[in-house]
Design a protein around this ligand. Structure first.
Ligand code: X8Z
Ligand code: ZN
Length: 604
């Protein structure tokens, strides 16, 4: 009997045998081993590219990326034979994550795939090399980190507009490559069964792409009233400072007057909107400069925060291999980033720290990525990731919300805690970064989704970009734009192909995480005054969530930490409640909002 059965089994053609759970396990073991190796190769070459941008490093990085995408695509296609098989949740999740793992899907055709990886590396390189030379090409040229400081400090609208336009002039040469990139990546997405690359991205949130879009809209509606109040208040203050240069009939704010190249965070112009007779607060950038803090010391402040929660010190390799300041002799990508090179202990930070006022918070942001990477490094390869990408972006920010005056005094960065009357101004300062960011966080991928879906064609790229910026942010370009411009390309995440909805989500999640950690630390006062520094209870909640990696759907990770199962802006609204009341008072009699051009397609 046994022999007969065995015979019958052996006689079946391999393809006709129904796959078993054992087959899936074997397949995944092979897949994870291959992906780990190719990922490490890819990360190493990408690290070298971003630290030494030149034509050779671009070519090498493109090749490594090509190999990784080729193998991942093969594995995704091979995994189709398991479709419909009833599997234990852990295996089913691994197969799902594999299917969703390509942020840049590529065609099966080797030539086209190679073309795509070359185009992508070129886009990243062009952005990284981007410079504006205010005195002409023979004079000193400035990279984006230096221009950021100018946008932060300058208060002359003409000069600001010049710098804005100067930086944006790096982008038009990328437009054609970008449209080719879109075509090729979409072809790859379709071959994997998605309608386009945007819908593949939206499928990564444990719900359907349609549910995800609806969820973002729901969250935006929760916070939009806060933004509208802040916008109206800031507009009035800018008009008071700059007069006609800041005033537009349509009520929009000129995008170059908000202290940031993309008008995404406005904290740098806090001095212009600070309520009169406010007690003096502090500027962390100025404090660090006065202390002559080295980049390493700035990073150590962030490390100490994590250690205070019960995490380990950063591995020695981190200090040996990170890049913490812009090198004088070569082009590097200065946009801050965190790396888990071997998906294990070889973690690195790449950041051009110069003690600008945002640097302190950005360091915490980046260390959030690094401690997340370290926490899930014992998970199987396919689970080494954030519960979703918004979680990854929210961890360090949740800690940074604890940078209260009391905390700064404790660590010796300020001598005296500002009086309670400074609470509201401090809240306004935070809102200028956190609330102002929301519409920008939303619109970047709204634009990209329209581009990937084909709704917006290359000749309409720039118009569509400004239509969304006007609609959501209520900001207008400082100088005339034409279809030949490619303003989205002047924002790092577009040439780098980094999805952006994650940052919108992170703005919401970070307040949920922060509220949960404040509670765990035993804090009961007003949310905006809480610091959970030094709380092992908060730390162990955080650790429990981080260690899960992406092994569970994100609502379960959220529940482990907060007890909540849905993204919810109520923690953010609670945090800013006193400010909202105050802003409403300030804006009495003011018309909130702005008007859009009658035909949005004609908007410029
Ligand atoms: O890109 C970043 C981080 C690296 S993941 C520095 N952020 C977004 C941006 O700069 O546009 C953090 C906030 C939003
Ligand atoms: Zn980040």
């Amino acid at each position: 009997m046994t022999r007969l059965l065995l015979f019958a089994f052996l006689c079946l053609p391999a393809s006709a045998q129904p796959p078993t759970i054992g087959n899936v396990m074997n397949f995944l073991e092979r897949a994870e081993a291959d992906l780990l190796k190719l990922n490490i190769d890819g990360q190493r070459t990408e690290w070298v590219l971003e630290n030494f941008i030149n034509s050779d490093t671009e070519a090498i990085a493109a090749q490594a990326n090509e190999r990784l995408i080729a193998r991942t695509t093969e594995l995704i296609i091979e995994a189709r034979k398991f479709d419909g098989l009833k599997l234990p949740p852990e295996l089913a999740r691994k197969l799902l994550l594999l299917k969703l793992s390509l942020g840049m899907p590529a065609p099966k055709d080797a030539k086209l795939r190679e073309e795509l990886t070359v185009v992508a590396a070129g886009l990243g390189g062009t952005y990284g090399k981007g410079k504006y030379c205010p005195g002409g090409p023979k004079e000193k040229c400035l990279g984006i980190d230096e221009l950021d400081v100018q946008m932060e400090k300058l208060r002359d609208p003409k000069k600001l507009a010049e710098i804005w336009a100067g930086w944006h002039s790096i982008a038009p040469p990328m437009r054609d490559s970008y449209s080719r990139f879109v075509e090729l990546s979409n072809q790859g997405a379709r071959e994997l069964g998605f309608t386009d690359t945007g819908s593949l991205w939206r499928a990564g949130y444990d719900m359907t792409p349609e549910e995800f879009s609806a969820d973002l809209e729901r969250l935006w509606k929760q916070v939009e009233p806060l933004y509208k109040e802040l916008h109206a208040y800031t507009r009035r203050k800018l008009i008071a400072k700059y007069g006609a240069a800041a005033q537009r009939k349509d009520g929009m704010i000129p995008a170059h007057m908000l202290g940031n190249m993309w008008a995404q965070e406005w904290g740098n112009v806090y001095d212009l909107v600070a309520p009169p007779a406010t007690p003096a607060t502090y500027n962390l950038g100025d404090i660090l400069k006065a202390r002559k803090s080295t980049p390493r010391q700035v990073v150590e402040f962030g490390e100490n925060f994590f250690v205070s929660l019960g995490f380990q010190k950063l591995p020695e390799l981190f200090w040996q291999r990170s890049l913490l300041a812009r090198p004088a002799d070569r082009d590097v990508v200065c946009h801050a980033s965190a790396w888990a090179i071997d998906l294990d202990q070889d973690v690195r930070l790449k950041m051009c720290i110069q003690n600008a006022s945002d640097d302190f918070v950005t360091v915490h942001h980046e260390l959030g990525h690094i401690y997340y990477d370290l926490a899930y490094r014992k998970q199987p390869v396919l689970f080494r990731g954030g519960a979703n990408d918004g979680f990854h972006e929210a961890i360090g920010d949740a800690l940074a919300l604890s940078i209260t005056p009391e905390y700064l005094k404790k660590i010796g960065l300020i001598k005296t805690v500002p009086p309670p009357s400074a609470d509201l101004p401090l809240l306004l300062r935070t809102a200028m970064d956190k609330i102002a960011f929301l519409p920008f966080g939303l619109l970047v991928d709204k634009w990209r989704w329209e581009v990937f879906s084909g709704e917006v064609k290359p000749e309409g790229y720039n118009k569509a970009w400004w239509r969304l910026r006007e609609q959501y942010q209520g900001v207008a370009p400082p100088v005339d734009r034409t279809d030949a411009d490619f303003d989205p390309g002047a924002k790092y995440h577009i040439p780098a192909n980094t999805p952006y909805a994650r940052y919108f989500l992170a703005r919401i999640y970070q307040f949920q995480f922060y509220r949960a950690m404040c509670k765990a630390s035993g804090y009961t006062g007003p949310l905006n005054r809480c610091s959970f520094f030094d709380s092992k209870e908060a730390g162990s909640k955080l650790k429990a969530m981080l260690e899960l990696g992406q092994s569970k759907p994100w609502p379960e990770a959220l529940k482990a930490m907060t007890g909540e199962e849905k993204a919810d802006a109520s923690a953010m609204v609670e945090y800013f409640q006193p400010l909202l009341v105050w802003l409403k008072e300030q804006n009495k009699g003011e018309k909130l909002g702005w008007t859009l051009p009658a035909d949005p397609l004609k908007a410029q």
